[in-house]
Write a protein that binds this ligand. Structure first.
Ligand code: NAD
Ligand code: UD1
Length: 341
C-alpha cells in the first residue's frame, strides 16, 4: 500500500514540486493549504502533471480541529512534510507577531496532532538563514547557528529547537529539518513554479520578470563586496532537486530502527555563484540580454553563503542533478508560460 503523506503548504512553490516528486516516487501525497500564498489553480496543474487526482483539504493548519479532521478523514497517515509558513524576510520585520503566530502555531499544531495520532515521520522546511554570515565556508551542519536578524529567521531557528525538544521528550517521532539554500527554477513542464506577489524581492523571479519586460531593469545590490567579482554569493538549487530531498528524507526516516530520531541536513548544490554569474548564466540559458545596473548594497544582505552537502549525499543518498543553467532555463520557461496564461 502507498504511504500517505500530508503536505502542509502543498500548493506553494516548494510544496507543489514536492507533491509531484512524492507521487512519482510511489507515495500518496495529500495537500493541506489555506491558499494564503498560493493560487487554487496550482492543484489542477499538479493533477495535470501527475495524471492523478491529489487529495486537497483547504484550511489552516494552525486550526487543531480542522487538522485532526483531516487526519481522521485520511485514515492511516505515515508522515507530514511541513511547508506551511510565512516566508518573506522583509515583511516579517514589519509584522513579527503574524510571523511568530503562523510559523509557530502551525508547527505546534502539526506536531501535537502527529503525537496524538501516532504518526511517525516528519520533515520540516528550515533555511540556511540559521547560519547567518558564517566565518568559514562552505557551512556544514556543525557550523554554529547564529542569533537571527529577522523574525522570519528566528522562527526557523526556534522551530528547529521545538522539534528537537519534542523528540528529546521521548515522543515517538522521527524528524528531519532540511536547511534549504536558495531554491530557484520550476518544473520542466512549466505548469508549476514560483508565483511572487507584487515586485519580486528575490533575484531569479526579478531577473525573469525583467527579461519579460514586466520590470524595467534589474538592480544588482552592490559590487563592492569582498568576493571575486564584488557581488554577493549564494548557493542556488533547482526546486525539483530540493523536492527530491524530501522524498529521500522520508525514505531515510522509514529505514531508522529507533522510533525516536532527529537530524538536520543542508540541502544545496555545494557551490556558490555570484549575482553577476547568475546574470550571465541566465543570458546563456534563455538567449535573452538582461538590462541591469549596479546599485547600493541591500540592508541585511550577507556577503556569501554556500553549503557543504556531503551529509545529505551520504546519509540520504541524495544529490543534485540540475545545473544553474538548467534552473534558469526552467525559470524562464515558467515565466514565459505565465505571460501566456
Ligand atoms: P510558499 O509561500 O510558496 O508556500 C507556503 C504555502 O503554505 C503556501 O501555499 C501558503 O498558502 C501555505 N500556508 C501558509 N500558512 C499556512 C497555514 N497556516 N495553513 C495552511 N497553509 C498555509 O513558500 P515556499 O517558498 O514554497 O516555502 C515553503 C517553506 O520553505 C516555508 O516554510 C519557507 O519558510 C521555507 N523556505 C523557503 C525558502 C525559499 O527560498 N522559498 C528558503 C528556505 C526555507
Ligand atoms: C533571502 C532571505 C533568505 C531566504 C531567501 C529565499 C534575506 C536577508 N534573506 O535570501 O532568508 O531564505 O531570500 O527566500 O532577505 N539581488 C540583487 N538584486 C535583486 C534581488 C537580489 O542583486 O533585485 C541579490 C541579493 O543582494 C543577493 C542575491 O541576489 O545577493 C540573492 O538574493 P535573494 O534571492 O533575495 O536571496 P537571499 O538574499 O539569499
Amino acid at each position: 500500500m502507498k504511504k500517505k503523506i500530508i503536505v502542509t503548504g502543498g500548493a506553494g512553490y516548494i510544496g507543489s514540486h514536492t507533491v509531484v516528486e512524492l507521487f512519482n516516487a510511489g507515495f500518496e501525497p495529500v495537500i493541506v493549504d489555506n491558499f494564503s500564498n498560493a493560487d487554487k489553480s496550482v492543484v489542477a496543474r499538479i493533477n495535470e502533471i501527475t495524471g492523478s487526482n491529489i487529495e486537497l483539504h483547504e484550511g489552516d493548519c494552525c486550526d487543531e480541529v480542522f487538522l485532526k479532521g483531516v487526519i481522521e478523514a485520511e485514515g492511516a497517515v505515515d508522515g507530514f512534510i511541513h511547508f506551511a509558513a510565512y516566508k518573506a524576510v522583509g515583511e516579517s520585520v514589519k509584522k513579527p507577531l503574524d510571523y511568530y503566530r503562523n510559523n509557530f502555531d502551525s508547527l505546534l499544531t502539526v506536531l501535537k496532532a502527529m503525537m496524538e495520532y501516532s504518526i511517525p515521520h516528519f520533515v520540516f522546511s528550515s533555511s540556511c538563514t540559521v547560519y547567518g554570515q558564517a566565518a568559514v565556508l562552505p557551512v556544514t551542519e556543525e557550523t554554529p547557528v547564529q542569533k537571527q536578524e529577522s523574525p522570519y529567521g528566528n522562527t526557523k531557528k526556534v522551530c528547529e529547537e521545538m522539534i528537537n525538544d519534542a523528540v528529546n521528550s521521548g515522543a515517538k517521532l522521527k524528524c528531519i529539518s532540511l536547511r534549504y539554500f536558495n531554491p530557484i527554477g520550476a518544473h520542466a513542464s512549466a505548469k508549476i513554479g514560483e508565483l511572487p506577489l507584487g515586485v519580486p524581492q528575490n533575484l531569479v523571479p526579478f531577473i525573469t520578470q525583467a527579461a519579460a519586460g514586466i520590470r524595467r531593469q534589474l538592480t544588482v545590490f552592490g559590487n563592492d563586496y569582498d568576493t571575486p567579482d564584488g557581488t554577493c554569493i549564494r548557493d542556488y538549487i533547482h526546486v525539483v532537486d530540493l523536492a527530491k530531498a524530501h522524498v529521500k528524507s522520508l525514505e531515510y526516516l522509514g529505514s531508522r530502527k529507533a522510533d525516536n530520531f532527529y537530524d538536520v541536513f543542508n540541502v544545496g548544490t555545494g557551490k556558490g555563484n555570484s549575482v553577476l554569474e547568475v546574470i550571465k548564466a541566465f543570458e546563456k540559458a534563455s538567449g535573452q540580454k538582461l538590462i541591469y545596473r549596479i546599485g547600493p548594497r541591500r540592508t541585511g544582505d550577507i556577503v556569501q553563503i554556500y553549503g557543504n552537502v556531503n551529509k545529505a549525499n551520504k546519509l540520504l543518498d541524495w544529490k543534485t542533478e540540475m545545473t544553474l543553467e538548467d534552473s534558469l532555463r526552467d525559470a524562464w520557461e515558467w515565466q514565459k508560460g505565465l505571460g501566456r496564461s
